[in-house]
Ligand binder design. Sequence first.
Ligand SMILES: *Cc1c(COP(=O)(O)O)cnc(C)c1O
Length: 467
Amino acid sequence: MDPRSRIPGLDRLLQDGAATPFLARFPRPRVVEALRRALDQARAGVVDGAWEHDPADPGPYWHVAAHELEAEAVPSLRPVLNATGVVLHTNLGRAPLAPEAVHAMQAVSPGYSTLEFDLESGRRGSRYDHCAGLLAELTGAEDAVVVNNCAAALVLVLNATAAGRGVVVSRGELVEIGGGFRIPDMLERAGTRMVEVGSTNRTRTADYEQGLRAGPVGAPPAAVLKVHRSNFRVSGFTEEAPVAELVAVCRAAGVPLIHDVGSGLLVDPAELELPPEPRASTSMAAGVDVAVFSGDKLLGGPQAGLIVGRAEIVAAVRDNPLCRALRVDKATLAALEATLRLYRDPATVRRRVPVLRMLTEEPTALEARARTLAEGLTAAATAHEAVAVRTEGRVGGGTYPEVAIPGWGVRIETKDVGRLAAALRSGTPAVVARVEDDGLIVDVRTIPPEADGTLCDALLSALEYRP
Ligand SMILES: *Cc1c(COP(=O)(O)O)cnc(C)c1O
């Protein structure tokens, strides 16, 4: 008798009691599809011997189908434990949000909100109003507008202030920020003409003055752009025009000075024991007309591009048709507003914004956590060597390129460190660690302290010592 005749039909399997938990967890069409594939596999396998089970037994069909259903149920975008010590890891989603920001997103997401509605008058409101007051307060600007990211903010400001005109920019600041974000391309896409001044290593105030006189008769440049070289350092024979002098030059020429400050740091970097870094507030105090920065770098909020500056420029930005194309959604605005509110209390903001907390974590606290983790691993997994070690973390996100942040972590020695790293990445939760000189380094700075136990379990499981 053909063994294939003993294979049950699809309908019979679906009516079986074993189907119930699957149909409760997965969409029926997916269950049918997965079962169909299992049956096909059996039909081919019973003939050539690859299907080693009793073809009448329904168990193996469900087993094969479950494997496929589980695999496809894993979300593509899912949480990761960042054990790299890089605080603003762009590939891992940059800034983790404060609980306040998460609650705010949860509050406005499932229902309706005041996104574009003014409850007082009962009339239409503007989504651009939501964070504007807080941003103005925190940076000293007259007004503000929020868009999708800093790249969008820059294109928009350039387009709103200088479309069809020239923009003066230093040759030393024609940089690539990452992910294909190049200043010359942005200037072009914004519909402006780049007026390069100075040289790669030195650009003086007089170069800008000269640049502002360049261009076709009757159509001098319409703006000056200053870009923070956030992701690399120039040293040696260098010179950069001070912002205060550029302000004076721009005022005299009657054109706006646009400052891309990049990271969105809202506190004094000295408080974070970091070297000086341009900030929107210092730009505003110096008289810069408009500054742009990211929401998800050192500000520690959601992905967003923040534009702050003089009221008439912000109004022109808001009225620009591109602004509509680059606008943010209610969840982003909710998270940003909640994050910005934390900055109103300078005494607590460092503990409440996760990015700032991670950067200022006490070394003794990090050391204690690393030692506990190393002990937990050594106690359970004696075949591997796990020791607490000093580490060098990074701010990341293209900021502070050469600044190492001394921290603590665990170094694990094993025969095949690549395999261990891969096992960690494929676990639940996935863990991303660093491989250094044939050892795996797990930096605790970027792990939330409450996840230390989960991290230990994930490491033991990857080392094949299941807890
Ligand atoms: C990071 C950065 C940007 C781009 O910011 P996104 O929010 O990622 O678009 C632009 N300019 C500078 C100086 C930066 O550091």
